[in-house]
Each structure stands twice: as C-alpha cells, then as structure tokens.
Design a protein around this ligand. Structure first.
Ligand code: ZN
Length: 136
C-alpha cells in the first residue's frame, strides 16, 4: 500500500446501541435523509450504517444476549456506545496512547466492520467515552 498524505484525525463513525434496528433506522434514513451504507455485522452485533458526510452513524443491535452491546443495553439502556476516530497512524497512535498510560482494550489492531483495522481504548482513560481508533 502507498503512503498517502496525512489527512488528520476525523470522526469515522458514532456507534449507537439500539434494541430494535428496524424501529430506529427510519429516523436516520428517512427523517434525517442519511443514505444507508452496507456494513458487515461484527462483534456480536447486527449493524445498520447511515452516512453523514465522511462519517457514519452505526446502529448496533445485539445479535445475542452475550454480545457486548447486549451488556451495554442491560446496564445503561440505548444510547451512544462509542466514538470512532480515523487517524493517520494507527500503530503510532496506539503506541503513544500506551506510553501516556491510556488503558488499551486492544493492544494490537484487529479487523472492524468497515473492513479496516481498529483498536479500542478503555473509557476509564478517556473521560467515560469508549474510543475506537481506525485507519482512513
Ligand atoms: Zn465502531
């Protein structure tokens, strides 16, 4: 892969935990006019994504009672589950976060729903927000 010019950090997507995808999708798609973007399901969740410019909103419905989204819903109810930032240098950002004492959920990047590598940071280190990092 070539080494593209730095693009800067941007919001890749916002993950929202929902109990019923089909019930909430029309709000984003029809009322707000956001186009559906096909995404693979991941992490034990059914995912519907809609576009907001360069960013996505990912609606996450648990596919099983054991999925992380099911646990989140049981504890906190529907709402924003995580924010994903695309960064220029995923490995470098992870290394800098670790060196700064940020608690990492994923020490090594893994494949995410968008077909790009991702890694999660623990909310205890990020003011209560589950932060996902990915590549452009
Ligand atoms: Zn995500």
């Amino acid at each position: 892969m070539s080494d593209p010019a730095p693009r800067g950090t941007r919001i890749a997507h916002i993950g929202i935990a929902v109990r019923d995808l089909d019930a909430i999708l029309p709000f984003y798609r029809d009322l707000l006019g956001m186009p559906e973007v096909p995404l693979a399901d991941a992490d034990g969740a059914r995912i519907e994504a809609v576009g907001a410019g360069e960013s996505l909103v990912e609606l996450l419905e648990p596919a099983s009672d054991e999925s992380p989204i099911a646990k989140f819903l049981a504890k906190r109810g529907p709402g924003i589950h995580h924010v994903c930032f695309a960064v220029d240098d995923l490995e470098g950002t992870l290394a800098r976060a670790k060196a700064a004492g940020v608690k990492l959920i994923d020490e090594v990047p893994r494949m995410g729903a968008e077909g790009k590598r991702i890694a999660f940071l623990h909310p205890s280190s990020t003011a209560g927000v589950l932060v996902e990092l990915t590549e452009h």
